[in-house]
Design a protein around this ligand. Structure first.
Ligand code: GDD
Ligand code: MG
Length: 193
């Protein structure tokens, strides 16, 4: 028993792009009774994301891309987000965001700084997300970005003042959690908090 929990079995229900697992476990309740429960876990992670900020001009870089989960929910199909990518096995999240920033935004990063690690959706997803802030200047924008066409990516790069990005959060145009959190962090950092 680990914290009153004992795993009975773990079964893979589906393994196509990501793996969906069913975990059956015993839970000991506060009153000493025991119950057997099942929970499904989607292994769509880990991931890493970065918000590059140019402190001289007060601008940030974001990406706009197709997100089918938002589409099937009746939002989207395009979401404005911080650049992000899956951390491949054996990779370091900092290395992942440097690669993704080149691939998706054509941008080199400086002063990369980890701000948080979090679970965006712990009730259903095992994804752990590593969040970074970074600095860039116009001279660091050496490529077009766009992502990997062979994998279907068509990523548009957006540069705007941090104040405008925050206005898009308030208007509901930016609805991606990691992006809202990073923009809030950037605002706090700008305010010296
Ligand atoms: N064939 C196939 N390809 C997929 C599928 N799901 C994603 N892909 C492709 O896999 C690639 C993933 O690109 P990344 O840049 O590595 O990841 P991401 O989609 O930006 O995801 C990041 O952000 C997500 C949302 O916040 C995070 O959930 C994720 O962990 C990661 O950080 C993209 O080319 C995408 O089209 C799928 O079900 N089938
Ligand atoms: Mg990506």
């Amino acid at each position: 028993m680990d914290g009153g929990i004992r795993i009975r079995s773990r079964e893979t229900l589906s393994e196509n792009w990501f793996r969906l697992e069913k975990v059956t476990f015993d839970q000991r309740r506060a009153d000493g009774s025991q119950q057997t429960l099942e929970r499904e876990v989607y292994h769509n992670g880990p991931g890493a994301t970065v918000l590059p900020l140019d402190p001289e001009r007060g601008t940030v870089l974001l990406v706009r891309q197709l997100r089918i989960p938002a589409l099937v929910n009746g939002d989207g199909p395009m979401l404005v987000e911080a650049c992000a990518g899956m951390v491949e096995e054996g990779d370091d999240p900092a290395q992942t965001v440097r690669q993704e920033a080149e691939q998706e935004m054509g941008c080199r990063l400086h002063a990369l700084r980890k701000v948080l690690e979090l679970y965006p959706s712990p009730g259903a997803s095992a994804e752990k997300l590593h969040l970074f802030l970074a600095r860039y200047t116009p001279a660091d924008r050496t490529g077009h970005g766009g992502g990997l066409a062979g994998e279907g990516e068509q990523i548009e790069v957006l540069e705007m003042p941090l104040s405008q990005a925050w206005a898009m959060v308030e208007s509901g145009e930016i609805i991606d959690a990691k992006t809202v959190i990073l923009l809030q962090h950037a605002r706090l950092a700008q305010a010296g908090l």
